[in-house]
Design a protein around this ligand. Structure first.
Ligand code: SAH
Length: 351
């Protein structure tokens, strides 16, 4: 891996960098970076020469390439370049009572879900803790310019968080302890890496877990979410049940509604059965499939989304239809490709 960047160093490493300075400097610099969201050059309570040295030894990890806005400025998508040249995206979403940052955890993704633009482009490399934390800090600075404070972080950008869980977990700790975010405002989303869910259940902070289900029988899920062949539904739902027992927190299932593929009454019935079998009923988030270049099938039209939702409700499932954000700038779920060319999925289904 390349040299540590600004948010890769932990407190001890920063203390070593500040060796020879008065002891209070460590707190000054640390809280300047994490709480005041300042760059070293902006730390006016620190001597000028030290500010310059910190800028040099703690370089930023993310070089801005573009910033796009949609929803009248309420959704901002950042495209960054990393050391080595890979590109990733981050999305800031402003809502009336909260502001959410959606971060990437890998450059690309190895999970190969055909309907997801990131999956279509393939895997490039893992992100470091500093590269993930900095996405939050940079988006939070942008939010602050708009007089807003970031309240939530979702690990739902490019990549599979539980395939990079060491860096993801130290990011969670940093956001919790240093940025000051509550664990219940942090959500890790997974395609269903069973050992990762089990490791997550052992971690001390009760973050939210979202599982990208999309199909509730193995035949269809094998096709939509290839990792299902390795961790089939019975194992996945058992891990979810154990997570709920260990954590006692709500779990959500993500379900991208694909026209004629997973929006039939039988799909609702199978999904309801899984959701209701869990010790605490799972919450279902329905997202009409967003268009991506490499997948020919469309999202379920709005009237049938409503029908599917109603059917789930009748079956006793808590369900929300997610409002789509940023489709016009390819910032919505499954559309993050960081400008990578995508491979056309020949196995893609047609309506
Ligand atoms: N790899 C993790 C984190 C990504 S979260 C995971 O799979 O959970 C991104 C969410 O958007 C996932 O639920 C993913 O399945 C969903 N998604 C992917 N492509 C989509 C698309 N075209 N339309 C709507 N949702 C999509």
């Amino acid at each position: 891996m390349s040299a540590p960047t600004r948010f890769d160093v932990d407190r001890e490493q920063l203390a070593a960098i500040l060796d020879g300075e008065p002891r209070y400097r460590l707190d000054q610099v640390w809280s300047g970076l994490y709480q005041q969201l300042q760059a070293p050059a902006e730390l006016t309570n620190v001597p000028k020469a030290l500010r310059a040295r910190l800028e040099e030894v703690l370089p930023e990890a993310l070089t801005p390439v573009t910033e796009q806005m949609s929803d009248r400025g309420d959704t901002v998508k950042f495209l960054w370049e990393l050391a080595g040249g890979s590109r990733i995206e981050t999305v800031l979403m402003l809502y009336p009572g909260r502001a959410t940052v959606c971060v990437s955890t890998q450059a690309g993704c190895a999970m190969a879900c055909g309907f997801c633009a990131t999956g279509q482009a393939g895997f490039t490399r893992q992100l470091s803790t500093g590269e993930i934390v900095e996405q939050v800090v940079r988006a939070a600075r942008r939010a602050r310019d708009l007089d807003r404070r970031v309240s939530n972080v979702v690990f739902m950008g490019m990549g599979e968080p539980l395939a990079n869980d060491t860096a993801v977990w130290s990011t969670v700790e940093r956001l919790h302890a240093d940025v000051g975010m509550s664990a219940r405002h942090l959500t890790i989303s997974t395609v269903g890496i069973v050992p990762g869910i089990r490791r997550l259940a052992e971690r001390p902070l009760p973050v939210n877990l979202a599982v990208s289900l999309h199909a509730a029988n193995d035949r269809l899920r094998d096709e939509l979410v290839p990792i299902n062949k390795r961790y089939p539904l019975a194992e996945l739902t058992a891990a979810c049940a154990d997570y709920l027992r260990a954590r006692g927190r709500r779990l959500s299932f993500e379900w991208a509604l694909i026209d004629g593929v997973n929006d039939r009454p039988s799909d609702a019935a199978e999904l309801a059965a899984i959701a209701r079998r869990l010790p605490l009923h799972a919450h279902v988030n329905l997202i009409p499939l967003n268009p991506t270049p490499g997948w020919p099938t469309r999202g379920t039209p709005p009237d049938r989304v409503e029908g599917f939702r109603g059917r789930l409700e009748d079956l006793g499932v808590n369900v929300t239809v997610r409002r789509n954000r940023g489709t016009d700038i390819d910032a919505a779920c499954g559309q993050l490709a960081a400008g990578q060319p995508v491979t056309l999925t020949l196995g893609g289904r047609r309506p």
